[in-house]
Write a protein that binds this ligand. Structure first.
Ligand SMILES: NCc1[nH]cc(CCC(=O)O)c1CC(=O)O
Length: 364
């Protein structure tokens, strides 16, 4: 009934098949496959009469692990080959970590559904040989090397822990963990997303959970959430995936993505965010699950834009009633406006200018 195709050649045209067969695309990493299986299982529960096939494919982003991320056109690399198959109707939906999706999707594609979120936090993973000695960022000795290729992570850590150093680390989560533990490795610890580790059953590698309060680290926009990308106008597929969507997570994520879109930051720009539903003073009248919404219709968002060296930051926190997706979008724009008032544009302009100088010098 379900299988993982080893390569593109196994893909048959979905539009030639009976419409109760759903073709789901995903990347080839262990995590991507687990995520696709998770989505398939949920769909199967929601629509047991349909059949599902998962097509796992490697993408350019997976193959090229040498070129610095910000020089590769960033996020599109992980997604565009799968998106081409989606547009050709060889796939009906593509499962992504929402974090890896650009805020502006290609023409004729859209997010069909956002699923209930996994833990959105970043975590510290200390090298096996040292993880009984050190378990927090603050306990790491001076000049410890943190493996991360994310400027959002390194900039925020630099801000709070200026005695730490950083080195790039790339590859799937499994690859990164083996690089960390390799006796020859320079790394003392990595910072990773809790969601990926938990989905892989690697929670036992987590040394410290990082949040705004703990370690001064806000996570990436979209972190922890899975999204299903579909074609615009594919109303049938939209109806299928909407049944497994989570409206609460959807609104959080739309707010986060609206912030990022307004600030025009890609994944290579240090924007951190945290959102949480809290019990509001006003009640009822949402367009989601009214009973539940009565108790938690206010969204709190904390966000930060940091300079690469961690010296400058624009930060803010907003709490607001979010009753629908339009409110969520507006919430993100409000937060962007607040951060801009507090100097975010200057920080982002400086980062973009530095990148242009480096590119002009041909410095890979
Ligand atoms: N950029 C890679 C990536 N994209 C999504 C996740 C984790 C899972 C998620 O955030 O949903 C990861 C790994 C990481 O950052 O540690």
């Amino acid at each position: 009934m379900t299988s993982s195709a080893p390569d593109d050649s196994n893909i048959t045209s979905a539009h030639n098949e009976p419409s109760n067969k759903i073709n789901i695309g995903t990347r080839r990493s262990a995590l991507a496959r687990i995520q696709a299986d998770l989505v398939r299982d949920e769909l199967q529960k929601a629509w047991p009469e349909k059949t599902y096939e998962i097509h796992a494919m490697s993408t350019m982003g997976d193959k090229n692990q040498v070129t610095p991320l910000h020089e590769m056109g960033a996020k599109a690399l992980w997604t565009h080959e799968l998106e081409a198959l989606l547009l050709e109707k060889k796939l009906d939906g593509v499962v992504h970590c929402l974090k890896d999706m650009p805020t502006q999707l290609p023409a004729n594609l859209k997010i069909g559904a956002i699923l209930p979120g996994e833990d959105p936090r970043d975590v510290l993973v200390v090298r096996s040989s040292l993880n009984t000695t050190y378990s927090t960022l603050s306990s790491l000795p001076a000049s410890s090397i943190i493996g991360t290729s994310s400027v959002r992570r390194s900039a925020q850590i630099r801000r709070k822990y200026p005695h730490l150093q950083f080195a790039d680390v790339r590859g799937n989560i499994g690859t990164r963990l083996s690089k960390l533990d390799d006796p020859e490795s320079p790394y003392t610890a990595l910072v990773l997303a809790a969601a990926g580790l938990k989905r892989l059953g690697l929670d036992d590698r987590i040394s410290q959970y990082l949040t705004g309060k703990e370690g001064g680290m806000l996570h990436a926009v979209g972190q922890g959430a899975l999204a299903i990308e579909i074609r615009e106008g594919d109303d049938e597929m939209e109806c299928v995936v909407k049944k497994i969507a989570c409206w609460r997570t959807t609104r959080q994520m739309l707010a986060q993505r609206s912030l990022m879109r307004t600030l025009e930051g890609g994944c290579s720009v240090p924007i951190g965010v945290e959102t949480e539903w809290v019990k509001g003073e006003t009640s009822g009248a949402g367009d989601g699950d009214v009973d539940e919404e009565r108790f938690t219709n206010e969204l709190v968002m904390s966000a930060i834009v940091v300079s690469l060296d961690g010296a400058d930051a624009a930060e803010g926190e907003i709490k607001k009633v979010v009753r629908n997706e339009e409110d969520a979008d507006e919430f993100g724009r409000d937060m962007a406006r607040l951060l801009i008032e507090r100097g975010a544009s200057e920080i982002l302009e400086k980062i973009n200018l530095n990148r242009k100088i480096i590119e002009a010098q041909g410095d890979a």
